[in-house]
Design a protein. Sequence first.
Length: 302
Amino acid sequence: MIDIRGLTKQYGRRSALQNVDFVVRPGITGLLGPNGSGKSTLIKAILGLVRANSGSGTVLGMQWPKDVRILRDRIGYLPEDDCYILGLQGIESVRLMAQLSGLPGSEALRRAHEVMDFCDIEQERYRNVETYSTGMRQKLKFAQALVHDPDLVILDEPTTGLDPNQREEFLGRIKTLATEFGKTVLLSTHILHDVHQICDDVTVLVNGTVRLHESLQTLEKPTQNGMHVVVVSDVEKLQVELQQQRFLVEQTDVNSLFVHGLLSSDASIVWRSATQCGVIIQKVDQARNSLDKIFMQIAGAD
């Protein structure tokens, strides 16, 4: 869906992007990076909102940057900053975006109502946008990005300022776009939880360069078999019990163990051992690499 090579962007003597090769395949790609890493500049360069110093490629099968003005009609964009016109109701704001995308008045209004239903904007759609809370403004920007039914949706920090429940609901809608409506989504964020929840691929950008591009499944594939066990208390009792069964057991936290060589099909061994020594288990998970640790290693390499 996106295949851009050699993208460079400089602001005077400062290099924001340095010879970036950037690929996005169908599904949801998470664009990770610390503040100032160049994520927003990369997005704006793809959209033609900033002019790159060099680079070429394709976006949605069209030539980039040559066809960037035409491409915008097929891309939905949720910017990090607020974007609304004071004095307009929510429904008027979304309808205006539809009309700017070429939909006639009546169809634009119908489509605006449809997409606001999807974004869970109910009677608030008839309030002026300047009265909206942070969560409502994020929903409004989401509706504006979707109203023209784009093939590619680019979301820049969409869950910033949302409470935990709002975040989970928002992520669920993004996932629905990909799985049920076949949209390709580029999710730019610094929140690792969001990427872990819904993304298929991960790209990490640090200091204007791509340091990692891989599928989430591959990244989290464990380097060794084993299971993580979290208990309420008395972790030492369970450790001794499992060691007596000749398992190599490592205490990883106050109430956590890692049982080497144990497969998910063997989880019953852990539960049975806990029952025998009177320990209450909170959670048993198959071993996997931590996206948090991978990101911190890459981001801290400089």
